[in-house]
Design a protein around this ligand. Structure first.
Ligand SMILES: CC(C)(COP(=O)(O)OP(=O)(O)OC[C@H]1O[C@@H](n2cnc3c(N)ncnc32)[C@H](O)[C@@H]1OP(=O)(O)O)[C@@H](O)C(=O)NCCC(=O)NCCS
Length: 187
């Protein structure tokens, strides 16, 4: 499968590969404790941020199993978040998506609007059969994003891992290609 370097324009957003110029915008939200609260990483310092940006700048194609596509999400010329799609299995046509946004731009539907584009790529360009997303059981905003998209809650793993020093639970949501085609989001 090809590179995904061409910008994607939605109603209010532009999704496109990260560039070196995005460093300050990225640090502005990746450094916040509230953003890292339910992520596996801790809040970024400048060094963490530079390292993550260098890695994400290269994540522009889905060529083989295990590849991750990352898009910066721009609103009004500023990067306010990012979304990703992981090609989990070629044989089983499975993918996983994710999203991280600046809380200063929350509550406007931007994460939902951008995350849907990862599903579109997965289903309509990569031919995936099923795409799933996972979140901490306490991450209600993230669960609501997946519910708003119309994904099914498939599982609640209770205290299945030690997350940041305490027992953590995880919700799994998923959508199948036929559910995508029947949804309001399909092209
Ligand atoms: C998870 C996260 C992206 C959710 O952000 P969010 O702002 O709640 O999500 P959206 O941008 O899609 O906005 C949805 C909200 O805007 C409201 N909204 C306003 N205008 C809207 C519009 N035009 N379209 C859709 N929703 C709209 C919705 O009602 C919804 O509010 P509600 O959740 O109170 O019902 C954000 O909390 C985040 O980045 N957290 C830190 C990182 C993280 O945990 N990532 C997920 C890891 S699993």
């Amino acid at each position: 499968m090809a590179d995904f370097v061409d910008p994607i324009k939605t109603e209010r957003l532009v999704l496109r590969p990260f560039t070196a110029a995005d460093e300050a915008d990225l640090l502005e939200f990746e450094s916040l404790p509230e953003v890292a609260r339910y992520l596996f990483n801790e809040p970024f310092d400048e060094e963490d941020n530079a390292r993550a940006l260098a890695k994400r700048r290269k994540q522009t194609s889905l060529a083989r199993e295990g590849d991750t596509l990352v898009h910066a999400v721009e609103y009004d010329g500023k990067v306010i978040g990012w979304v990703q799609l992981v090609w989990v299995s070629v044989t089983h046509r499975q993918g996983e998506f994710g999203y991280v946004f600046h809380p200063g731009y929350g509550g406007k539907g931007f994460a939902t609007e951008a995350a849907v584009e990862m599903l579109r790529i997965g289903f309509e360009r990569l031919g995936l059969h099923r795409i799933y997303g996972r979140c901490d059981v306490r991450n209600e905003a993230s669960a609501r994003v997946m519910e708003r998209i119309g994904m099914r809650r498939e599982a609640h793993f209770v205290e299945a891992e030690i997350f940041k020093g305490e027992w953590g639970g995880e919700l799994h949501y998923a959508m199948l290609d036929r559910e995508w085609r029947a949804s309001k989001w399909a092209s």
